[in-house]
Write a protein that binds this ligand. Structure first.
Ligand SMILES: *Cc1c(COP(=O)(O)O)cnc(C)c1O
Length: 316
């Protein structure tokens, strides 16, 4: 079993200076390698914190209904804190995800055909087993855990960056970064990237009210929240352009960024993560004049080299 920072589920991840992406952007580009978290994504930071607090509060088990990186992080973190974990999934969930969850010691319950049904069941299991429900992105304890990545950046960076770039699904990672930036006293803007077909935060900010997307049509499924966190939306709309910017890229651009990352640095990430790297590969206007840029490589375990290659065939 991987041992990590005392009392935490996640590990401190390296920050590397990227020679090729720096050359491309014409500024120093640093990559925060959160894809190296043992569960495969940054989610272990925040969900690890939530599970830790649940354990301290006497929860008897952890319950999740995510068949993605949040479920994997919940299962991994629960094992780290010696709590049983139940993940309730719809029948449509791939066998590979069920296997990986079972590998982390989670009990996998298949319930219903769609996620809503599985989630309703999960909330019943919470009551029955005196457990703690872990939300994929909308919990203050989770934001607190995500903020640890900025504390690490503060120690790892040669100086304050001119921008931190991240991707956005429901907004948990973004909220953690915004809170982390405040906590370490940095002034730099946070650039938040989404893909077309999963851009619930961008759409909400444009409409100046919470928008619910009719469907997720992007291949970046880990960005696939239909509606952003209300707290994150409210936070972002209060920030000026010198503190926050929201960008949207195509699936094709996100995919191309994933392939560049694989070729240049031999790292494999989901298109969700590729979306953030697009700010660099597409030379975003928001990064013009910047000297130092950090890209949060949030990772994602739901990708294989074969899947990337197949997407590339369809999207070229
Ligand atoms: C969950 C996830 C996201 C989105 O995070 P939010 O906190 O929902 O904004 C992005 N990329 C990956 C790989 C994820 O697992």
């Amino acid at each position: 079993m991987t041992r990590s920072i005392a009392g935490l589920a996640h590990v401190e991840t390296p920050l590397i200076y990227s020679e090729p992406f720096s050359k491309h952007l014409g500024a120093e580009v640093y990559l925060k390698l959160d894809l190296l978290q043992p569960s495969g994504s940054f989610k272990l930071r925040g969900i690890g914190q939530t599970v830790k607090e649940a354990a301290e509060a006497g929860a008897k088990c952890i319950v999740s209904s995510s068949g993605g990186n949040a479920g994997l992080a919940a299962a991994y973190a629960a094992r780290s804190f010696a709590l049983p974990c139940t993940v309730v999934l719809p029948s449509s969930t791939p066998q590979s995800v069920q296997q990986r969850l079972a590998f982390y010691g989670a009990e996998v319950l298949v319930h219903g055909d769609v996620w809503d049904e599985a989630d309703r069941r999960a909330r019943v299991v919470v009551q029955e087993q005196k457990g703690a429900y872990v939300h994929p992105f909308d919990q203050p304890s989770t934001w607190k855990g995500h903020a640890t990545l900025v504390e690490e950046l503060k120690r790892q960076m040669p100086a304050e960056p001119d921008a931190i770039v991240t991707c956005v699904g429901g907004g948990g990672l973004l909220m953690g970064i915004l809170q982390g930036v405040e906590a370490v006293g940095w002034q730099c803007p946070v650039i938040a990237c989404e893909t077309l077909g999963a851009s619930c935060l961008h759409s909400s900010l444009q409409a100046q009210e919470l928008v619910t997307l009719p469907a997720i049509t992007s291949i970046a499924k880990s960005l696939g929240a239909l509606r952003p966190s209300k707290a994150v939306f409210e936070k972002c709309r209060q920030l000026g352009a010198d503190q926050f910017q929201s960008l949207v890229y195509s699936d094709q651009q996100a995919l191309k960024a994933c392939l560049s990352l694989a070729d240049e640095h031999r790292l494999l990430v989901e298109p969700a993560c590729g979306a953030a790297l697009c700010a660099v590969t597409q030379r975003a206007e928001a990064l013009q004049g910047a000297t130092r840029v950090v890209v949060e490589l949030c990772g994602g375990a739901v990708v294989t080299s074969a899947q990337l290659a197949e997407w590339a065939r369809h999207h070229s």
